[in-house]
Write a new protein. Structure first.
Ligand code: ARG
Length: 466
């Protein structure tokens, strides 16, 4: 293996050590960022008079050639030959343009280089993931707007509680993913800080121009402590924490899709393109995508915990442990990118069994609270109203009926001391549709309120897309 640091050694490292310490098998994917950073660094060295103008140009040309060769498939990453992506690029550069290539590493260390590469990589990936979230948000809004008055049971403790609309349920997820989008937006502020120029750990005596490099690479901020800059991985922790939250939200949505697709619920049917079958049971249509998404949450949580654990005992500044910062992040990015591509399409193609949903809402006393509210509205203290309705539910359970089936005369007979509270308007009040339409409080389930919310969110979404 061709090392960047052979000079002080008399003997080669053991082959197993080479393999154990190498990161090229996974950090090769940073190549375009590594080269982009090196090009700007070389230009800065030339502008600042640290190397000659012509030298800078040759180095930049060499780096561009390497990039082209890699992208054309004319150059491959050889795990046996180079330790990491930084060594790979520098070694190829020296092969290509001779010893001059060795000037590229002036006023730089792999420690600030890898910190830069990761930030460039993550910045691009976060933006991509945010696009995925925007597509998901758009799909949820669109679905909500065509299901504004589709009534379904709302649950607490997975017991039927009060009627809501499907739009309301979908919008709940909309807001979860919107917060996640904003969390990444916030994370980007900490990602977008230039570490290059910190060198190994203490900065450099060369008259470098970090501000210029920052501008060229699109960093609005620069790190102000070189020790911190080469050992900081907080922004990766934040990234993984947001990713863990995203996949947790996806997992909750998945769980509901799985439940809803069961024969027991029968609220939805997945499109064939987003469902799978069984090798033995010919009738099966399985929600594998949702299940696998639920399963993948464990893997992303694992990456977050791994990095926290890797960092917890590290003294300043760079330690080789930090090389363990990449694979979990790469895997998290890959995992979420795919899920975020599949989910919008899977949701958009769902068949919604509106009749089943509405039917389910008619059983289980979902209007019990409405009855209590009705009595409370007429002046009965709510606690007392609650007790009355509790007794009415018991009565209905014995009779095998729902509250709205009790005629006015029976209410008067059942609660003679409360006759004034039960009047003709009760039946209307208990109608499922009216229970839903009446919940017009800000953020409530009524179609009117959700229509307003959707309009507001559409404007937000359009502005984010722009
Ligand atoms: N491959 C290393 C990493 O990923 C690059 C930095 C190496 N620096 C060093 N001083 N060994 O962390």
């Amino acid at each position: 293996m061709r090392k960047l640091w052979g000079g002080r050694f008399k003997q080669d490292t053991a082959e197993l050590v080479d393999q154990f310490c190498a990161s090229l098998p996974f950090d090769w994917r940073l190549y375009s960022y590594d080269i982009a950073g090196s090009i700007v660094h070389a230009r800065m060295l030339a502008r600042s008079g640290i190397i000659e103008q012509g030298e800078g140009e040759k180095i930049v040309e060499g780096l561009e050639q390497i990039k082209q060769a890699l992208e054309a498939g004319e150059l491959a990453f050889d795990r046996q030959q180079d330790e990491d992506i930084h060594s790979f690029v520098e070694n190829r550069l020296i092969e290509l343009i001779g010893p001059l290539g060795g000037k590229l590493h002036t006023a730089r260390s792999r420690n600030d280089q890898v910190a830069l590469d990761l930030r460039l990589y993550l910045r691009a990936e976060i933006k991509e993931l945010q696009q995925g979230l925007l597509n998901l948000l758009k799909t949820l809004l669109a679905l909500a707007s065509v299901n504004l008055d589709v009534i379904m049971p709302g649950y607490t403790h997975l017991q039927r509680a009060q009627a809501v609309t499907l739009a309301h349920h979908l919008l709940a997820y909309y807001f979860m993913f919107k917060r996640d989008y904003q969390r990444w937006q916030d994370n980007l502020k900490r990602v977008n800080v230039l570490p290059l120029g910190s060198a190994a750990l203490a900065g450099t005596g060369f008259p470098i121009d970090r501000e210029w490099v920052a501008k060229e690479l699109g960093f609005p901020a620069l790190s102000l402590n070189s020790l911190d800059a080469v050992s900081d991985r907080d922004y990766l922790i934040e990234f993984l924490a947001v990713a863990a939250t995203v996949v947790m939200h996806l997992s909750r949505l998945s769980e509901e899709l799985i439940l809803w697709a069961s024969s027991e619920f029968n609220f939805i049917e997945l499109d064939d393109a987003y469902a799978t079958g069984s090798s033995i049971m010919p009738q099966k249509k399985n929600p594998d995508v949702a299940e696998l998404t639920r399963g993948k949450s464990g893997r992303i949580y694992g990456h977050l915990l791994q990095l926290l654990t890797t960092l917890k005992g590290l003294p300043l500044a760079y330690n080789k442990d930090l090389q363990e910062d990449k694979e979990g992040v790469f895997d998290t990015v890959d995992t979420l990118q795919v899920i975020l591509k599949i989910f919008p399409a899977m949701l958009a193609t769902l068949k919604i069994n509106k009749g089943e949903m509405a039917q389910a809402a008619t059983k289980g006393f979902l209007n019990a609270t409405d009855l209590a509210d009705y009595l409370a509205g007429k002046g009965l203290p709510f606690r007392q109203a609650h007790a009355v309705v509790g007794r009415a539910v018991l009565y209905s359970l014995e009779k095998g009926i729902e509250l709205e089936m009790i005629p006015l005369a029976s209410w008067h007979r059942l609660f003679p001391e409360l006759q004034d509270y039960f009047s003709e308007d009760l039946a209307q009040h208990l109608l499922l549709k009216n229970t839903v339409y009446s919940r017009r409080s800000l953020g409530g389930t009524s179609p009117e309120e959700n229509r307003r919310v959707i309009e507001e969110e559409k404007a937000w979404l359009d502005a984010e897309y722009a």
